[in-house]
Each structure stands twice: as structure tokens, then as C-alpha cells.
Design a protein around this ligand. Structure first.
Ligand code: FAD
Length: 419
């Protein structure tokens, strides 16, 4: 499509945040257009059918904090079935690689770590002295490398780069559900009626004049207000530029880098030999390890999950490295005949994705306050959303969506104030 020459509100990015903003502006009387660089909506939410009987979420898969997750109601409205079974990562150990008794001991150590983090956060708020969460690892505890591995899954980064205050601000209600047809599929259905320009990469936001001018790969348009929802790494690298420059936003984005989490899905022959919804991982004393979800939704496949520096190393090694690592690790746990039973179907490469450059944000030690700094509007015309701006549900899809709604409300309030 060709771009209109002007709109009231341009929204940059058609991920959960951008779609949340567009939906919240639906009845505002303002003309809206979502500008999206990719040829699809959803951003870091992307469901694909990798085999006739295997649906796979390359990005978000879990409705985290499901009892407070705004996508739950949306799923119900859109007739997307929600699976409320417990996630496998705690109780459903499979095989002898990490027996349940060891797993219980590890979970105890992890809970103690989080307790120390909670206490340290109270202190840090009092003294205004944030630190790296790695400071809370108990010296010599045998589970430290695995606690760090969990951080690479949750934060996309090891604890030495994660702020204690930021970690503490995240609201985890420990209720995690799933969408049977895929979280990405739900988010694209949610955005189905939003006014969109796909394949439209925004290069420059010029807010020097009376109206904001946006330069894109499909031409330029003028608008009254803009909601920017692109991932922090793209603002930090100035892959999207502002004129006049906004150094405070670039700094905030740099202090909220995207960590890395990657997924792989492997087709599984003779699936009935393994339980549905099991979890497989080793009691390794390394942080560089995968965690494996066996037969999610009963499908004939295994999903692997990697985070942090190890995920980056595997991505850098090239396409196929995540699958090769997974097959080696799984064969080590379950026996060598699994080498012939497993076949790579697809793996993500979020760090190499030009419109993401990572998976989800964490605040660097000392910079938890940057989420509010990134979220704050500029001149009543530039508004900011995206998972990184969420005060308590950052790094998640529902946090992103809610932030889009918040930015839309700010736009409406600014418009009313001007009248
Ligand atoms: C492997 C992985 C697993 C995850 N697991 C979960 C999970 O289980 N549960 C959960 O809640 N969350 C999870 N997440 C996080 C969740 O996917 C994200 O937090 C959320 O989707 C981010 O939404 P957003 O709208 O903020 O950003 P995005 O989805 O990144 O949307 C931003 C959009 O902006 C577009 N864009 C970028 N640059 C430009 C430009 N210059 N011009 C125009 N458009 C541009 C992008 O293409 C993108 O569509 C996971 C993420 C990954 C990668």
C-alpha cells in the first residue's frame, strides 16, 4: 500500500505494544496508522506451523502471571483455548539427568536466592544503592551456575548484568498458562483489524517542525503524535533516529539492553516413549545448558530453550548450532539412539534479527529507574511503549500490550488538554 500523507497518530511497530496502542485508540476519533518494518504483525510474538502436527512459538509462549495477564481475557474473547496445566520446569522431571530429589534441592537454593534478593532490594531502595544480582549468590553454593542459567532464561542475561531492583520490580504471580494455537497467533488475531502499513521501516522521526515528519522505506508522512514501540536495542543503536536527537532516550535504551533467549524445536520419532509435557535438563554445574520441554501439548516434538552468553555463542556459530547442541545434550541424557529419533525443524535467531536484535530487556545494575525514563513522553507529541517501558511486567508480551494501552491513554489525554 502507499502511505497516506498524514495521520493523527503514527504507531511505530506492530508487536504487542503497537497493537495494544492501536486497539486502545480505535474509538478515539483519531486517525491511526501502525508502521511495521516486517511483512507480518507480532514482532517478538511469532507462531509457526513447523510440521502438520507441530505448532511452535519462536518468541513468547507463556501467559506469565496469567491471573493478571490482559491477554487471558483477549484469548477468551477471540476463542483461543487456554491451557492451564502447570508448566513442566519445576515438577515434571524426566530421566535421571536431574532427578527430582536433586531438583527439589536446587529449587530450595533458588528460592533462598530470591529471598535474599527481596531483602537486598528493600535495602537498595533505602540507600539508593542498586547492585548486580550476582552479589546475592551464596559463595561456594553448588547450585550457583544453575541459578545463573535460570537468569539467562528469565532475563536473557547472567546475573552479573542484572539490577537487583529491576529483578525485584518484576511481578511474578507464579501462574503460567499457554495458548493452544500459539501466543503469536493470538497476538496477530488481536491485531487483525488494526490499520497497518507492513514492510515499512521507519528511519527517522523529525520532530523539529509544527508536525512530526516520519521518514520510512516507503516514503514519508506527517502526523500529530507518534508512539514508538521498537525494541530498546534499536533505539540504543540509533537504527531509528530522532531529529532533534533524544540523547536521554538513547541512554535509557542502552541501560535496558535486550538479553538473549533462543528456542529450537526438534521432531521426535516414537514420541510415546517419552511423557507429554515433561522437562529434561541436566544437573550440570555449568551455566551453559539448555532446558528441554518434551512433547508440549502432546505434540511429537521437543522444544529446547537457551539463554544469555551461551545462546549468543550458539547463534554466532551459525544456523543449526542450537539444534546440534540440543541433540548432543538430549542424547547424553536419554541415550545415543535419540540421535536418530530427533530431527531439527526450526530455531530462532533473535540476536541476528534486524528488527529485534535480542529477546527481552533487563536493567543494568544501577539503572532500574530507566524504564520510567524511557516511558516518559517528550513535548506532548512523542510517546513510548514496548515491553521495556512496563514498570512490573517488562520482558513480557502482556507487559508490552499494557504499555501500548498506557501510551494510547497519554495520547488521548494530551489531545484533550490541547483542545
Ligand atoms: C525466545 C523468546 C521467548 C519469549 N517468551 C515469552 C513468554 O513465554 N511470555 C511472554 O510474555 N513473553 C515472552 N517473550 C517476550 C515477548 O515476546 C516480548 O516481550 C514482546 O513480544 C515484546 O513486544 P513489543 O511490542 O514490546 O516489541 P516487539 O514485539 O519487538 O514489537 C516491535 C515491532 O517494531 C518493529 N520495528 C522494529 N524497528 C522498526 C522500524 N524501524 N520501523 C518500523 N517497525 C519497526 C518490529 O519488527 C516489531 O514488530 C519472549 C521473547 C522471546 C524472543
Amino acid at each position: 500500500m502507499s502511505l497516506p500523507s498524514e495521520v493523527d497518530v503514527a504507531i511505530i511497530g506492530a508487536g504487542a505494544a503497537g497493537l495494544g496502542a492501536a486497539r486502545a485508540l480505535e474509538n478515539s476519533g483519531l486517525s491511526v496508522l501502525v508502521l511495521e518494518a516486517r511483512d507480518r504483525v507480532g514482532g517478538r510474538a511469532h507462531t509457526i506451523q513447523v510440521a502438520p502436527d507441530v505448532t511452535f512459538d519462536l518468541g513468547c509462549g507463556w501467559l506469565h502471571s496469567a491471573d493478571k495477564n490482559s491477554f487471558v481475557k483477549i484469548a477468551e474473547q477471540l476463542n483461543f483455548e487456554i491451557d492451564k496445566n502447570l508448566p513442566p520446569w519445576r515438577e515434571r522431571a524426566v530421566g535421571n539427568a536431574f532427578p527430582q530429589a536433586e531438583r527439589d534441592d536446587f529449587i530450595r537454593a533458588l528460592a533462598e536466592f530470591y529471598d535474599r534478593a527481596g531483602t537486598a532490594a528493600v535495602e537498595a531502595r533505602k540507600n539508593d544503592r542498586d547492585r548486580a544480582a550476582s552479589a546475592l549468590l551464596e559463595p561456594g553454593n553448588r547450585w550457583n551456575p544453575m541459578i545463573d542459567a535460570i537468569s539467562t532464561y528469565i532475563n536473557g542475561a547472567e546475573l552479573d548484568t542484572v539490577s537487583i531492583l529491576d529483578m525485584d520490580a518484576y511481578e511474578d504471580t507464579n501462574v503460567n498458562w499457554r495458548v493452544r494455537r500459539g501466543y503469536g497467533a493470538l497476538i496477530s488475531a488481536y491485531g487483525a483489524r488494526c490499520p497497518l502499513a507492513l514492510n515499512t521501516q521507519v528511519k527517522l522521526i523529525d520532530h523539529s517542525g509544527a508536525r512530526v515528519r516520519i521518514e520510512t522505506t516507503q516514503g514519508s508522512l506527517s502526523c500529530g503524535k507518534v508512539i514508538v514501540t521498537v525494541p530498546t536495542n534499536l533505539i540504543a543503536d540509533e537504527s531509528i533516529r530522532f531529529h532533534p536527537a533524544l540523547p536521554a532516550k538513547v541512554d535509557a535504551a542502552r541501560d535496558l539492553p535486550l538479553g538473549l533467549a533462543d528456542k529450537v524445536v526438534l521432531a521426535l520419532d516414537e514420541p510415546d516413549a517419552l511423557p507429554k509435557e515433561g522437562n529434561l535438563r541436566g544437573a550440570t554445574m555449568r551455566t551453559a545448558m539448555g532446558t528441554y520441554h518434551l512433547r508440549p501439548f502432546g505434540q511429537p516434538c521437543i522444544e529446547g530453550f537457551f539463554g544469555g552468553r551461551f545462546a549468543r555463542e550458539l547463534e554466532d556459530a551459525g544456523d543449526g548450532a542450537l539444534a546440534a547442541q540440543s541433540i548432543d545434550e538430549i542424547a547424553g541424557f536419554l541415550g545415543n539412539d535419540y540421535r536418530r529419533k530427533l530431527r531439527p525443524l526450526r530455531e530462532s535467531r533473535w540476536a541476528h534479527d534486524p528488527f529485534a536484535r535480542g529477546s527481552y530487556s533487563h536493567a543494568l545494575p544501577g539503572y532500574a529507574g530507566m524504564r520510567a525514563a524511557l516511558a516518559s513522553p517528550v513535548d506532548g507529541r512523542l510517546f513510548f511503549a514496548g515491553e521495556a517501558t512496563s514498570p512490573n511486567f517488562f520482558s513480557t508480551a502482556h507487559g508490552a500490550r499494557d504499555s501500548g494501552e498506557r501510551a494510547a491513554e497519554e495520547v488521548i489525554a494530551a489531545n484533550t488538554a490541547r483542545r
